[in-house]
Ligand binder design. Structure first.
Ligand SMILES: [Zn+2]
Length: 268
């Protein structure tokens, strides 16, 4: 049986963005890119290059700050500023935008390092969530207070009213995703992080990963990733410094029997 996954790529466009587009395009691997507004402003041509090759470009806020440290107004302004940039880029290449998708930097949904309200979370869920957002960051289980939960809810309402939609993924039924608010979130989440970022020079060795082989071992040993009854949502990064890491890991997924799925976009 084939293992199936959706690929999402955060933090672009870097100086290697068009190389990454070519890499994926040659392999016919679909992906959604969650791009930084500030980086797209610097290099709109790279984003156009991706759109012209059929890739979906989406919103990763303007300057990669943690939502839990920002006011609602700041978050809304960051999101809108990035939407304006995306609109301009799509318009300039004559491609109509499909549905709008958003992913929070650090997947900080406004509650800090916590993906769902504590009342929904079992110990098994918590371990999976921490692995996903902690990825060796040393986060302890985090219980957001009522104000943080209300803030998260207010941001969800804002995203909904703005017109954002959940990522169009099917059959993602891991219990800690399907049975928590992860499955109904307007913002785009994921179910496995490659931790490719951890091999940037400034991070290398600090989070338990020294080499690409360490990250391949993480893929081999993840307790959920090889569940063939569920589809998976993979997170990787577009950062020039780790281009070789990210592409090696995507190839490793393919070698390990994963098929990358098309996003079933529902246009109205
Ligand atoms: Zn990011």
């Amino acid at each position: 049986m084939t293992k199936r996954a959706y690929l999402t790529i955060d933090d672009g466009p870097s100086e290697r963005f068009t190389d990454l587009i070519d890499f994926l395009h040659e392999r016919k691997i679909p992906a959604v890119f969650f791009n930084r507004g500030d980086a797209m402003e610097q290099d709109p041509d790279a984003v156009r290059y991706g759109i012209e090759r059929g890739y979906i470009m989406a919103n990763h806020a303007y300057s990669h700050r943690r939502a839990s440290t920002l006011s609602l107004e700041q978050i809304a302004a960051d999101i809108e500023r990035t939407e304006d940039i995306l609109d301009d880029i799509y318009w300039s290449c004559g491609v109509e935008r499909g549905p709008l998708y958003f992913r929070f930097p650090y997947m900080d949904r406004g509650m800090g390092p916590c993906l769902a309200e504590p009342k929904q979370i079992t110990e098994e869920h918590e371990a999976a969530h921490l692995k996903l957002i902690g990825s060796g960051l040393g986060h302890e289980p985090h219980k957001p207070n009522q104000a943080a939960i209300e803030k998260k809810n207010a941001i969800q309402s804002h995203l909904n009213e703005y017109g954002f939609q959940p990522l169009p993924v099917q059959n993602v039924n891991l219990p800690w995703y399907a049975n928590t608010e992860m499955a109904s979130a307007i913002d785009s989440l994921c179910t496995f992080s490659t931790s490719d970022w951890a091999l940037c020079e400034r991070h290398k060795g600090k989070y338990g990963f020294e080499t690409i082989d360490d990250l391949k071992t993480q893929i081999d040993n993840d307790p959920w990733l090889h569940d063939e009854t569920s589809n998976h949502i993979i997170l990787a990064h577009d950062q020039a410094e780790i281009y070789d890491v990210t592409t090696a890991l995507i190839d490793y997924f393919c070698e390990s029997g994963f098929e990358f799925l098309d996003f079933e976009t529902k246009t109205h």
